[in-house]
Ligand binder design. Sequence first.
Ligand code: ZN
Length: 61
Amino acid sequence: MEDQTEHVCIICRHVKQEGIRVVSQFICEDCEAEMVHTNAEDAKYRYFIHQMRQISMQTHL
Ligand SMILES: [Zn+2]
């Protein structure tokens, strides 16, 4: 039984069906794959950290 629920990715803001959940937030498979290949000095990594901090703040509210 497949889960056809759509989620809004917190990184790219696109609506996707496939991806992972992190602290009740959703990251699509494309962004997840990109994260794996992203260098720590890359701007996208800093952007990701920024997004993760927003998640943390939401979680602590
Ligand atoms: Zn995404």
